[in-house]
Design a binder for this molecule. Structure first.
Ligand code: B12
Ligand code: SF4
Length: 538
């Protein structure tokens, strides 16, 4: 069959997405004809996400504007329709993140209007709210979760015009009725084929890092994470895909070396970025094998995200020795109270983060601390705890530490979305295919899109923009915030906190939520000392 894939990237954040690459790979491996329509370099004249990070001083500027060849909206749409007309696909497959959903819908709609073609959606958003997306008239099928097996199975049945009832993870419509097939167990990662990278423009493999561009390979060594953070897709996987088993799985070291070794021979990477959520969360014995073999067999500098508790005195020297140049850590806030009670990010304290960041620097590895602002229930006082903690980390070693900040965004399927919706902090769509989704264009970088009962939008933007200046001392932390009490919570309004308590079991379908009216701004003058917390203290 002929399969046309759509990568509806409208903001220019380039990088090679592993999930879609693997879906294209399994189709090509099964003998289907595969073509990709990728809008990454057409929609903008620059990389908007990098531009914002450069503007607020958290990354070193790198000119990449020449990567982009901006076309008008109608030019792109004409090219899209021309591509379909010429390629004559049997199926259009697309991957959807919430950020690009509206844009994707527009292109799918144009295609459905003009051609008789099946459309199939997969990716983060269709995986966690398939019941919402399947109502979109421009989407015929959804593959929930991993599609390496399910999508090929779907194509086989579409080709043979046989029943779809045995296609795993499939959602479809028959006579207006939605049908959901059972989920299969999460895949054994060793059975996933090597990514075929030939579909992508070479520019996707150029990654700016610490002021330079590197030819970069993007690979996964594990999937999923065992933590329960209220803002993360992993919590949705754990709850909505419980039938599929444990989401956290590792690829064997052997398969990692095989895949990356082959690709490196062809492409000569200058950097490898691991796309895992929590890279080091595997047995020390396996890590020892990884470090040793990486140095011998691949020997390319590498970067990864991992959770703070996974770095230690044993693996850090080996990480350094084997070529690890950077470690990204989600710390999110400098308020222990916010981290532990609002974000549900485990029991790790500020002291623990400090100790671990110091350890990373001790072994000569560059770290990136990721923080957020705009969490419902977070006050300006809490934000300055974040500033102070990041500043202290920066003092450990200015060259080996770096900092990133983004706005908390209520992605559908997350607890934060449930809370924001229930509290009336977001306005949502009501049309089929979009029910419950924010009407504001979701983003983690352009602006806060939730109303926040504890800080005004203008103040959140101001603090976001000044974050780096506070870290470097260009801007002074206001005197009233200098005294630290990261365990203090800054409101006695229990409504927000009771919601966080209520959703500790995980997210629910937004259709079950009855939204309240937007709350008034809750004043911060009623701070409660940490010792007087009721109910939820750690
Ligand atoms: C690596 C990563 C990236 C990479 C690659 C992005 C990508 N499009 O894959 C980079 C660094 C570019 C990136 C950027 C961004 N990311 Co990101 N990223 C991730 C991360 C950590 C892992 C993704 C991954 O590789 N998973 C493993 C692969 C195998 O799974 P997968 O991609 O879901 O694909 C499988 C299935 O979904 C399905 N599938 C996928 N596509 C298709 C297509 C078809 C036709 C079918 C049938 C099936 C199918 O089959 C695949 C194979 O099993 C996830 C968190 C997570 N655990 O998912 C966040 C995540 C996807 N990112 C997120 C966000 C918000 C972003 C940004 C918008 C952030 C920003 N700076 O603005 C940008 C968007 C850029 C872009 N153009 O896509 C959110 C998305 C939330 C949402 N609900 O939409 C996530 C979920 C993190 C979170 N907040 O929880 N990201
Ligand atoms: S630790 Fe990171 S990857 Fe794991 S659930 Fe929390 S935010 Fe998601």
């Amino acid at each position: 069959m002929k399969i046309l894939f759509l990568y509806p990237n409208h903001e220019g954040y380039f990088r090679c997405p592993v999930g879609l690459t693997l879906v294209m790979t399994v189709c090509a491996n099964a003998g289907h004809e595969v073509k990709l329509f990728d809008t990454t370099f057409m929609n903008v004249a620059d990389n908007a996400d990098s531009k914002i990070r450069e503007k607020i001083g958290i990354v070193k500027p790198i000119p990449v504007d020449h990567f982009f060849n901006k076309q008008s909206k109608s030019q792109i749409e004409t090219n899209w329709l021309k591509t379909i007309e010429e390629f004559k696909p049997d199926v259009i497959g697309t991957t959807i993140l919430e950020d690009s959903y509206q844009y994707c819908d527009r292109l799918l709609g144009l295609a459905k209007n003009k051609f008789k073609v099946f459309t199939v959606a997969g990716g983060s958003m269709p995986t966690i709210v398939p019941q919402v997306i399947i109502e979109n008239p421009n989407v015929d099928f959804i593959v929930e979760g991993e599609a390496e097996v399910a999508f090929v199975e779907l194509l086989k049945n579409l080709k043979n015009k046989t029943s779809l009832s045995a296609v795993p993870n499939l959602w479809h419509k028959e006579d207006g009725k939605v049908i959901k097939n059972p989920l299969v167990k999460y895949l054994n990662m060793d059975e996933i084929p090597d990514q075929r990278l030939e579909f992508w423009d070479d520019k996707h493999f150029q990654k700016p890092y610490d002021g330079k561009l590197y030819t970069t390979g993007f690979f996964e060594t594990s999937r999923g994470c065992m933590h329960k953070c209220h803002y993360c897709i992993n919590r949705a996987f754990q709850v909505f895909q419980a039938d599929a088993g444990l989401v956290r799985r590792n690829k064997s070291v052997n398969r990692i070396m095989e895949e990356i070794g082959k690709a490196h021979k062809e492409r000569n990477f200058g950097l490898i970025q691991f796309t895992d959520d929590n890279f080091l969360a595997r047995q020390p014995k396996e890590l020892d094998e990884f470090f040793e073999r990486w140095k011998k067999e691949i020997n390319v500098p590498y970067w990864m995200n991992t959770c703070i508790e996974t770095v230690n005195d044993q693996n850090l020297p080996q990480l350094k020795e084997s070529g690890c140049v950077g470690i990204g850590i989600g710390m999110e806030t400098g308020s222990d109270w916010v981290r532990q009670h609002l974000l549900l990010k485990g029991k790790m304290s500020n002291d623990f983060y400090m100790e671990k960041f110091a350890l990373i620097a001790k072994y000569g590895i560059r770290s990136t601390s990721n923080s957020m602002i705009g969490i419902p229930g977070e006050y300006e006082e809490d934000f300055f705890e974040t500033v102070k903690l990041n500043k202290a980390i920066r003092e450990i070693n200015k060259d080996l530490t770096s900092f990133n900040i983004c706005f908390m965004a209520p992605y559908m399927g997350t607890v934060i979305h449930n809370i924001a919706y229930e509290m009336g902090l977001i306005e949502v769509h009501d049309k089929p295919g979009f029910k419950g989704m924010c009407t504001a264009n979701i983003t983690i970088r352009r602006e806060p899109i939730m109303k926040n009962p504890c800080m005004t939008k203008e103040r959140i933007i101001e603090l976001f923009e000044d974050f780096h200046d506070y870290l470097t001392g260009k801007k002074e932390i206001p005197e009233k915030y200098l005294k630290s009490d990261p365990l203090r919570r800054y409101t006695n309004n229990d409504e927000i906190y009771s919601l966080y308590e209520k959703y500790k079991k995980g997210p629910i379908d937004p259709a079950l939520i009855k939204p309240k009216k937007e709350p008034a701004l809750i004043k911060t003058n009623s701070s409660i000392p940490s010792g007087e917390l009721s109910g939820t203290q750690a």
